[in-house]
Design a protein around this ligand. Structure first.
Ligand code: UD1
Ligand code: CA
Length: 459
């Protein structure tokens, strides 16, 4: 017996024609990671070293696992599941046990793989099956009168009677590697595509009395993804699992059926997630924060006690404790909102820091700016950070007050405690505690409105 970890060969070379997609089937995203990554994760959790069999779009499949301990073998031409496993033999030890998994069965869990391994014993092949009233496109497991397994028949080649069999092949197997080495080269290809079926090994093992079957109770877990409807169904199942994990850890979902929470999102206890919220990538949300309806967070870092009001979009930005965002706010990459600060409706921030307790409450653009503690940015303020050629910085000192509808033309410094009059176009630095007004001066002409109207009547 080898003391090294056993391998899981994951079949991921097929094109996936039924997906009707330019993207290889196994790369389709499912709750934030490619479909096949779920299979790789399950294999790893079961203590196995994943070996991916690749061909179609193999550069992209390999790239998806760059830097991980996943091994790859190329299946030269995709001539069926039996041929795929044959191409992986070169990286397997001479003997021992190997697990075979399908790259298109992303819902399989580690504990099911472990149970299959535990049942395998001295069998040549152990296959997982499940009962399904309508066997659909799955291979059927035929048994003899005494209930012993006989063979697996593919749906497309089954007789009407075989098609009525309700026990289907889940596509998850354990094999005796030495046995597999002798049997795979002897399998005959099936017309019309000349494919070699891994499933044909079962009949061989059965004649030797070395075929074993583990009947699984949950079809949902082993369902294959062959088209976009099955992809959507799998997504629903994975999403429900993710929400269960968070829910048990203290996260409150007000409308769990309407949210998207990707795999790697981290959510603290006592967080409330409203309807229609989408949480993607490496988003983290700290304890007690509230995410209002229809917010979209991508790689966002939300600290504890933050309120994100409805319809806000936060991408690669950091929000510190006690801050308030939205409704209808947009935080773009490198926006940092410090403790207790407030970003209100229709405000966009990019590559900017809003200091502790500072406020930008309405209709503003803050780009390439440092806003000091307690500063107040009036409605309609724009940091003019781009002159058509390059980006420039704006700094606004602590406690400064920027009147509504001001344009701050960068590069520019507004000193601490300074006041900028509403409607100003500021092109020169404003010293600390100065008042700066830069707009056309107002001219009131007494009685002129009367005269204007009477002239209009005469005409
Ligand atoms: C396969 C089984 C079927 C089982 C079902 C479970 C065979 C012949 N049939 O059918 O009994 O009920 O899975 O989901 O095995 N692949 C390769 N190289 C190839 C062909 C396929 O790597 O040359 C990969 C595919 O990328 C896919 C997996 O193997 O991830 C299964 O192939 P697929 O064509 O989807 O097989 P099914 O028709 O679903
Ligand atoms: Ca399949």
């Amino acid at each position: 017996m080898s003391t090294t970890q056993p391998f899981a060969v994951i079949l991921a070379a097929g094109r996936g024609t039924r997906m009707k997609s330019t993207l290889a089937k196994v790369l389709h995203p499912l709750v934030g990671i490619p479909m096949v990554a779920h299979v790789v994760n399950a294999a790893r959790s079961a203590g196995l070293v994943p070996v991916l069999v690749v061909n179609h779009q193999q550069e992209a499949v390999r790239a998806a696992f760059a830097g991980s301990d996943t091994l790859f073998v190329t299946q030269k031409s995709t001539r069926g599941t039996g041929d795929a496993v044959a191409s992986a033999l070169e990286v397997l030890p001479e003997s021992g046990t190997v697990v075979i998994m399908s790259g298109d069965a992303p819902l399989v869990q580690a504990k099911t793989v472990e149970a299959l391994l535990a049942a395998h014993g001295t069998a040549a092949v152990t296959v997982l099956t499940v009962q399904l009233d309508d066997g659909a496109h799955y291979g059927r497991l035929e048994r003899d009168a005494s209930g012993e397994p006989v063979r697996i028949v593919e749906a497309g080649e089954a007789s009407a009677e075989q098609r009525r069999i309700t026990e289907i092949n889940a596509g998850l197997y354990c094999f005796d590697i030495a046995w597999l080495r002798t049997v795979l080269p002897t399998l005959l290809p099936h017309a019309p595509k000349d494919e070699v079926y891994l499933t044909d090994t079962l009949e061989r093992a059965a004649t030797e009395g070395r075929a074993r079957v583990v009947v699984h109770s949950d079809f949902e877990e082993v369902a294959g993804v062959n088209d976009r409807f099955e992809l959507a169904t799998a997504r629903g199942v994975l999403q429900a699992r993710i929400i269960e994990v968070h829910g048990r850890a203290g996260v409150d979902f007000l409308s769990p059926g309407t949210v998207v929470v990707e795999q790697d999102v981290v959510i603290g206890p006592d967080v409330s997630i409203s309807a229609g919220v989408v949480l993607e990538g490496d988003t983290t949300i700290g304890e007690g924060s509230i995410i209002g309806p229809h917010c979209h967070l991508i790689d966002a870092n939300i600290h504890a006690g933050v309120v994100v009001h409805s319809h806000s979009v936060i991408h690669c930005a950091v929000v510190h404790p006690g801050a308030s965002i939205g409704p209808f706010a947009r935080l773009r990459p490198q926006a940092i909102v410090c403790e207790g600060a407030r970003v209100g409706n229709f405000v966009e921030m990019k590559k900017s820091t809003l200091g502790p307790g500072a406020k930008v409450s309405h209709l503003a653009y803050i780009g390439d700016a440092m806003v000091g503690e307690g500063a107040n940015i009036g409605a309609g303020t724009i940091t003019c950070n781009y002159d058509g050629i390059k980006k420039s910085q704006t700094t606004i000192g602590a406690g400064a007050f920027i009147g509504s509808n001001s344009a701050l033309v960068a590069p520019i410094n507004i000193g601490p405690g300074a006041i900028v009059g509403a409607g100003s176009v500021i092109t020169k630095d404003v010293p600390a505690n100065a008042v700066s007004i830069a707009r056309g001066s107002q001219n009131n002409i007494e009685g002129a409105a009367e005269r204007f109207r009477s002239r209009a009547k005469i005409k």
